[in-house]
Design a binder for this molecule. Sequence first.
Ligand SMILES: [Zn+2]
Length: 164
Amino acid sequence: MPDVQPDPAPMTYRITNTALKTIANTAQQSRDGLETGGILLGTDHTSDVVITSAGTPGPKARRASHSFHRDLDHANQLATLAWQNDGSQWIGEWHTHPSRDLTPSELDLTSYLRHVHDPELRLDRFIAIIVGLTTQQKVRMQTWIITRTHVLPASLLIHEADPR
Ligand SMILES: [Zn+2]
């Protein structure tokens, strides 16, 4: 008889409307053919990830057609504010692909894997959202979950604020 393992609790990934709006608005910059992006801040619990806010690139970001380097000082400031505000932490990043191919590039995967293998970050998974604009300038997004062993697509639900 094979062991019967209980299914692991299904993970849900949620995002607030505020974070979605920041991504959709900031992504419009990439109409110039250069990538843009920012950090993702939120909470990561055993079965539930909530993206509470999304960062903008910051004044010192370096934008190119196939790469994007965020402004680290800007990202650190956003992370500190979010932590003080509601305990959100750095859990991932988003960036645009002017090519409209929403799969992570080799360069993207290398940096994501570096994060999940960095013992100081203590990240079990890294959340990446890749964003493209359609010819009608509509925003398309694909979410990816990167663990030390897997890269998986995920769907995002809209997070409704907890009733108080
Ligand atoms: Zn990329």
